[in-house]
Design a protein around this ligand. Structure first.
Ligand SMILES: [Zn+2]
Length: 416
């Protein structure tokens, strides 16, 4: 659940493109160290560290409702007594850092599951060391998860006329939440259901192409988030199809999406126990369709990229359905719940570089310009706009940049 934001709330799922931190030079490392100390103290509740980041007589301005209230570092320190609630899900980013004529200005964003905070810090050298002389902080509450889910659904579930994409592969999903149907004489494979509310649209799309939902025999998943497998429990009741998922994402499906390392219990769906757990490199076969699972953890722990070969017009194409590589919205450093999140994401990107993809598809339409290509395909199938052998590499380059920028902006790994 990168690239460009469509609605402010989607930042949560998509992540904003990180802002590049300036190359360390001059006083930057020292300024950054003080900022790090301040926010680490804030996160961990160490009042002494927090006090030590400020110059004597420093000003703290806090926005409450429409007005600014003046506080002291002492008042902040007194509030800072314990590890912040949901610390593993609080993400801090240095959005900008500038130093000019002995004054440093730093903007930091702190995002927790319930609120977003922005601190504009001014630092000066006091007695030979950089200290915060002013903190202007503004906190805004986030909409509750249910409201965020509703907004995501309306933004992402715009109808798309279903169409045959390539060979026996069909698109039966919505504008930004994918669902793919691979048809065979022995029944069909469905990759992802969308959220449960998408099922009526999915069924209409399958029927409009002349197929029956009842003939779906195998259901595969990209990632165990509500917007990709929220309809699995109901779909299995209606079709009896076999659900195949990776071990880690199967466990998350059994919890109905709860206990997510990044979203906690915020985006639940009806729990479902997959019928088969698949390992890295294993294959799923139905009729003349064979799909290979490549585990690409990071966005979820069991995020699964599927690949297959599809024939059309006497040629065979390598097709890759990417699970999703976005981790920039998550806490990537000092994450006690998923310490290896950034390493896993980097390894997953490297892993996908070894796959050949004449066609790159994915769990969200905006990763592969679904609607643009669908419109071009409707005008002409030759050449097929979905065939683009360079697309996967370009996407992986973009995801590498997104990861690097997020890591540069987030906190530094703490000493053990
Ligand atoms: Zn997701």
């Amino acid at each position: 659940m990168t690239i460009r934001r469509r609605a402010a709330v989607m930042l949560l799922m998509l992540g904003c493109p990180g802002l590049a931190a300036a190359a360390p030079a001059g006083p930057e490392p020292e300024v950054r160290e003080v900022v790090e100390r301040y926010f680490r103290a804030d996160a961990l509740g160490s009042a002494d560290d927090l006090r030590s980041a400020f110059a004597p007589g420093a000003t703290v301005l806090e926005k409450r409702g429409a007005k600014w209230v003046r506080l002291t570092p002492e008042v902040l320190a007194a509030r800072s007594t314990a590890v912040a609630a949901d610390e593993s899900r609080s993400v801090r980013r240095v959005e900008s850092l500038r130093e000019d004529a002995g004054v440093a200005s730093v903007v930091v964003a702190v995002e927790s599951p319930t609120e977003q905070r922005r601190d504009q810090l001014t630092l000066r050298r006091v007695d030979g060391a950089w200290r915060i002389v002013k903190d202007r902080r503004e906190t805004t509450p986030k909409p509750p998860p249910a409201a965020q889910m509703r907004e995501i659904r309306t933004e992402w579930m715009k109808p798309v006329s279903p169409f045959r994409l390539l060979g026996n592969a069909h698109y039966v999903g919505a504008s930004e939440v994918s669902a793919f149907l691979l048809t065979t004489p022995a029944g069909h494979v469905l990759l992802d259901s969308g959220p449960v509310e998408m099922l009526p649209m999915l069924e209409r799309n399958v029927q409009a192409l002349g197929f029956r939902l009842a003939d779906v025999k195998v259901i595969l998943n990209s990632q165990a988030h509500f917007d990709h497998c929220g309809g699995f429990a109901e779909l299995r009741r209606r079709t009896g199809a076999r659900i195949v998922a990776s071990e880690a994402d199967a466990a998350q499906m059994e919890r109905g999406g709860k206990g997510d390392f990044a979203y906690g219990d915020d985006y639940p769906y009806e729990p479902v126990a997959p019928d088969q757990r698949i390992r890295d490199g294993e294959q799923v076969q139905l009729g003349d369709v064979t799909l290979t699972a490549t585990l690409t953890p990071g966005h979820t722990r069991g995020c699964t990229t599927w690949s297959t070969r599809i024939e059309e017009g006497g040629r065979t194409y390598d097709v890759v359905f990417i699970c999703g590589l976005t981790v920039s919205p998550f806490k990537l450093t000092n994450n006690p719940v998923y310490p290896a999140v950034a390493e896993d994401a980097r390894r997953s990107i490297a892993r996908l570089r070894s796959l050949r993809a004449d066609v790159m598809l994915g769990a969200h339409g905006f990763w592969f310009d679904l609607t643009g290509k669908a419109a071009r395909l409707a005008r002409s199938r030759a050449p097929n706009p979905f065939v683009d052998p360079g697309e996967l590499t370009r996407h992986l380059d973009e995801m590498t940049l997104d990861l690097d920028q997020a890591l540069a902006a987030q906190e530094r790994p703490r000493a053990p």
